[in-house]
Design a protein around this ligand. Sequence first.
Ligand code: SF4
Length: 487
Amino acid sequence: MHGARSTARVRCPTVTRGPDSLVQLGRSQRPTAISPNVSLSPEAPKVYLETFGCQMNQADSALIAGQLAEGGYRRVTKPEDADVVLINTCAVREKAEARVWGRTSQLLRHRDNNPDLVIGITGCMAEHLKEHVGERAPYVTLVAGPDSYRNIAGLLDRARAGERVVETKLDRTEVYEGLDGHPDDDGVSGFVTIQRGCDKFCTFCVVPYTRGRERGVPPREVLRQTRALAAAGYREVVLLGQTVNSYRWPDEQAGRDVRFSDLLRAVAATDGIERVRFTSPYPVDFTPDVIAAMAEVKEICPQVHLPVQSGSNVVLERMRRGYTREQFVTLVDQLRSAIPDLALSTDILVGFCGETEEDHAQTLALVDEIRFDSAFMFAYSDRGITYAGKKLDDDISPETKKRRLQEVIARQEVHTTAAHDARVSTTQRVLVCATAKRGDAMLAKTPQFQNALLPLGCAEPGVFLDVMITRSTGHSLFATPTAQQTP
Ligand code: SF4
């Protein structure tokens, strides 16, 4: 049994305190490695952690895993081996919550062999439902929101002692500065969260309610984490935020705010980091300085995920997205003319309250006009606590939503296939990431974030290779290394 722990905030001793100025946080500082898992006795309580949802949630799971290791918990890879099962959840759509409920009841069967098994949920669904989780699933005895991970080990201790724990207070200042995560990734491409929460309050979205108000992570912390990833052998960094490009941080020394573009340039200048990506930018905040940074800094990948949601101005207004279709198209034109070979992906939400067939036709037309390289497409579901959930009528039938979603998917499929096919017979510089899940190839990423499958064993993860694209399946590329490799 591990010892008692304080609930006071813990700071990593390696964190750089002092000025936030990016100048003072440049290349000259020595990198700090990600702290290794503390050595734990075989009697340490064992935790199984499973993640649903977006990259922010994956990054939060790494944070939770790090805090649990600090708190004396050992991570296991199978729920049957665990004393505690944690599910880090997503609440953005009704379907996502339904999947979590299905999974929690599946996991409940492990109580047959281990009656003391604690089942907990963390993340957006925990924040969304709070104590109501207990009404739906009384066997879930730990409910922890996204701002309660500093003391997640203490919360688990209480749940293991038999208490029903619900900790969902949001904290306007919590950015988890100084904490090191234990990521469960390929060791090649790593996440750095630069912003938490969201202030946009799109009418369909739960995020401002489940993740709280927007706050930036200090530049010193972003760069500390970036250097730690580089020191651990990562070659690519993905900067994360709900509206990542609205990032700002007051820099008193410089007399002006650190903008997202400043941070992008500083991260890209980190020794050892050769690729930088970011997700998800908000269209309104895609300012010229960000476009200029993308055009000028070779480490910043020519890839943007730019959620449009709808092609209808009436629907965009009802969603309170803050831009029109025309403004979105203009932004895309600016990006494409500044950044050659840019890959553009998006999110589309069909069947929002009041969406007419004409609105839907405008979304289909926008998909054809922009020819996104790929898209995540969803049908709207009423999330209750949002403005739309309270004030707007969810008046599109499930059948109509389903049909519209299928139509958008079919339309986008044509463009996704074309974007992949267009790469055939071109030379690309790819970053080898891992052995592909199918086991007979290496998975690599093009600068545009397309999957490229290479001959098994042709290079180790973390290596850059020049490859010739030999064929496309419409969603993946097949490639072979070229005879000549650039250094
Ligand atoms: S910008 Fe809108 S859709 Fe994106 S997280 Fe914020 S409220 Fe949600």
